[in-house]
Design a protein around this ligand. Structure first.
Ligand code: 13P
Length: 251
């Protein structure tokens, strides 16, 4: 089945408000047809960025969320609040949340379930650390992180995206080779077929993330199981981000 590529920019903790709005406007103006583009700015700029991309095809995303609906959770942001601002997709399990902020797997799982239950697109990030790859644990780690998702809950493959982001490739300039990415993505799809079923696995999109740039994006996205990208550093400039998005457009 032909899966439409999905390229999303994760801006992380970057930009000023003015930069965020300018970048969003440039992305909205340049996003090509035939490929889905999304941007996930910092929480505090979601409103302004949402207005900047309103009426365009660019999807608004959030980098994180809390799973409860409302209440005494100081500092947290609910899915309802994000929906209010027009957010369409939410990231869970990003390696920086797992490994830098030390978010436990149980919390990641609760967030993922809540995002899906509330009708949004979940972009669930998985991926091994360098020492895990060196110890041949790549598949084991990916499997465990996919196990955070309950197949009985996630029934619509259009609202589930897996972002395979090997930790050693994030922000390091050391991209996975086309073959390394394809090997991991093929494994992930096979494992999803085992836990769900073959047609669900065939429809789920699997993004690659980790030092994806305009000059390596086409090769990565030409791999049969690479359905787009989750872009950090290269998403902070409209030209480089749009270069990657264009590399995902059907030729
Ligand atoms: P870089 O593209 O900067 O390596 O970041 C990838 C990433 O973590 C996207 O979520």
């Amino acid at each position: 089945m032909a899966r439409r590529k999905f390229v999303a920019g994760n801006w992380k903790m970057n930009t000023t408000k003015a930069q965020a709005v300018d970048l969003a406007k440039a992305v909205a103006a340049g996003a090509p047809a035939g490929v889905e583009a999304g941007i996930a700015p910092p929480f505090v700029y979601l409103d302004a960025v949402g207005q900047a991309v309103a009426g365009s095809s660019v999807l608004l995303g959030a980098q994180d969320v809390y799973f409860e609906n409302d209440g005494a959770f100081t500092g947290e942001i609910s899915i309802g609040m994000l929906k209010d601002l027009g957010v369409r997709f939410i990231l869970t399990g990003h390696s920086e949340r797992r490994h830098v902020i030390k978010e436990p797997a149980e919390l990641v799982a609760k967030k993922a379930s809540a995002v899906y239950s509330k009708g949004l697109i979940l972009v669930h990030c998985i991926g091994e650390k360098l020492e895990e790859r060196d110890a041949n644990k790549t598949f084991e780690v990916c499997q465990k992180q996919i196990d955070e998702l309950d197949p009985a809950l996630f029934t619509d493959p259009a609202r589930l995206v897996i972002a395979y982001e090997p930790v050693w490739a994030i922000g390091t300039g050391r991209t996975a080779s086309d073959a390394q990415a394809q090997e991991a993505h093929a494994f992930i799809r096979q494992y999803i077929a085992k836990r769900w079923n073959a047609s669900f696995a065939d429809a789920v999109r699997i993004q690659y993330g980790g030092s994806m740039k305009p000059d390596n994006a086409a090769g990565l996205m030409a791999q049969p199981d690479v359905d787009g990208g989750l872009i950090g550093g290269a998403a902070l400039k409209a030209d480089s981000f749009l270069g990657i998005v264009r590399a995902g457009a059907p030729s």
